[in-house]
Design a protein around this ligand. Structure first.
Ligand code: URA
Length: 468
């Protein structure tokens, strides 16, 4: 019964005093939201008023909603959905549940990029300094790994001394002086999302488009951005398994982002295959540096440059995409983005001597093992989901929120679809904490690769661009 209001529904229920005593989500005598009525209304498909959603989020943030009611409400939303106005109200209420970042007036636009997550997706690391080198400000508030998808903060924390937890005043200071920062949400930013996300994670309510939209956009809107680029992944290792699911999510976020005053577009990109040739926290930092030094890999460099170009056009800093792309490429090739990266590392506490020593060493895990081709041909499949599972099981990701990450484990030298191989050629190199887990990982990784007689049709890096 979508589209009915809570007030319409109230007429169908017995008057106050009977056991179904109230459907209107306010209890005037207690002066705060009646969460049970809210759950019942959404369960029955009603449309919730904006003021009710605001009150509910305020109550949730202040900790007055019992967990069982929050869980029931999220499940009701999971099944009945939220319309565009409800989703907007939820997003803005969540954004306003804590502090927002405020930046001084400055001709440099404020921009960010958000990816829905994947395996080997380290685009944020080289992109933030590249954008700063192009004269944009980038307050990039990022997250941690969960399940098989990697987390930007976990990758950066593999760098000696790098600090991801910074107060808002320091975030603003670093963005104003360096041009970019990549850090975690402060304790006081969007607390409602922290509470709701933790509950969704343990109640099977993460894959709900309105809840994902509100969760992602509330955090991005709290950064006071001028422009936002969304990278919505689809495929076996992504939240959204199909292009049409990814498109639906992207369209909802693009529409709402623009309605809320942030110029927003989305790219739909493939996550059946990992991005780049390395996955695992420290290995991805090494690949970031390779990208910033113009040593590839080609798909990573291309997505970084394309993302920068879209943000230049979106902020009016470039008039067209080809011109924007050429400028981004020039900044990368000149070493300007690499210099910004090191400035950002230093500003965020990195011990640059130790960092350079580790970089010279390359991989840092105690043991390694190689997976090789058992026949010749062309790689036709390199399954990102299996790679993600292997890395997580090696200790590179989280099985629970409290799991301790091993920064040095992972997989590199990944042979990507289309590569010609002969029997015995390297398909992937595994870095592990000990020999037994390296050997077990080779077995687990083997089904990720398929070899065919002919190369597969090349898949575009960016499948679609979603505009408002
Ligand atoms: N990332 C988020 O921040 N929130 C979601 O709900 C899903 C992905």
């Amino acid at each position: 019964m979508p589209g009915r209001s809570v007030h319409d529904i109230a007429h169908r229920f017995p008057p106050p005093g009977s056991f179904r005593f109230a459907i209107h989500p306010r209890l005037p005598d207690r002066g705060r939201v009646n969460f049970l009525a809210l759950i019942e209304a959404k369960r029955d498909g009603a449309t919730l008023p904006e003021s009710t959603i605001r009150e509910a989020i305020a109550a949730c943030t202040s900790g007055t909603i019992p967990d069982y009611q929050l869980a029931a409400f999220l499940m009701a939303v999971y099944f009945k959905g939220l319309n565009t106005r409800e989703t907007a109200a939820l997003t803005l209420a969540m954004r306003d549940s804590g502090d927002r970042l405020h930046f001084p007036a400055d001709p440099r636009p404020l921009v960010d990029k958000h990816s829905t997550g994947g395996v080997g997706d380290k685009v944020s690391l080289p992109l933030a300094p590249l954008l700063a080198s192009l004269g944009l400000r980038v307050p990039m508030i990022s997250g941690r790994s969960l399940g098989i998808t990697g987390g930007t903060l976990d990758k950066l924390e593999s760098i000696p001394g790098f600090q991801t937890a910074l107060p808002a005043s320091r975030i603003v200071e670093i963005v104003q002086s360096i041009g970019c920062i990549i850090c975690g949400q402060t304790e006081r930013m969007v607390p409602a999302d922290r509470i709701l996300y933790a509950m969704r994670d343990v109640t099977g309510t993460v894959p709900s488009i309105p809840l994902i939209v509100a969760s992602i956009l509330s955090k991005k809107l709290a950064e006071s951005l001028d422009a936002l680029l969304l990278d919505v992944k689809f495929g076996g290792a992504a939240f959204m398994k199909t292009t049409s699911q990814a498109r639906e999510l992207a369209q909802a976020m693009v529409q709402l982002g623009n309605t809320c005053g942030t110029r927003t577009i989305a790219l739909l990109t493939d996550m059946d295959t990992p991005l780049g040739q390395a996955a695992g926290n420290w290995l991805e930092v090494c690949e970031t540096v390779a990208c910033l030094e113009n040593r590839g890999p080609a798909d990573l460099q291309e997505l970084v440059l394309q993302s920068a170009a879209h943000l230049l056009v979106l902020t009016g800093k470039a008039v067209d995409h080809p011109g924007a792309l050429a400028r981004a490429r020039e900044r990368l090739l000149s070493g300007a983005a690499l210099r910004k990266w090191e400035e950002m590392l230093a500003a965020q506490g990195t011990d640059l001597d130790r960092y350079h020593a580790l970089l010279a060493q390359g991989q840092t895990a105690p043991d390694s093992a190689c997976l090789t081709a058992t026949r010749g041909g062309f790689i036709s499949r390199c399954d990102a989901r299996i790679l993600g599972e292997v890395i997580r099981n090696l200790g590179g990701g989280r099985l629970t929120r409290d799991s301790i990450i091993n920064p040095s484990v992972g997989i590199d030298c990944i042979a990507k679809p289309g590569t010609a191989v002969r029997t015995g050629d390297l398909l992937a190199r595994i870095h592990a904490a000990d020999t037994a887990s390296a050997v077990a990982a080779v077995d687990a990784l083997s089904p990720a690769f398929q070899i065919a007689d002919a190369p597969p049709a090349p898949a575009p890096l960016i499948a679609e661009i979603i505009h408002p």
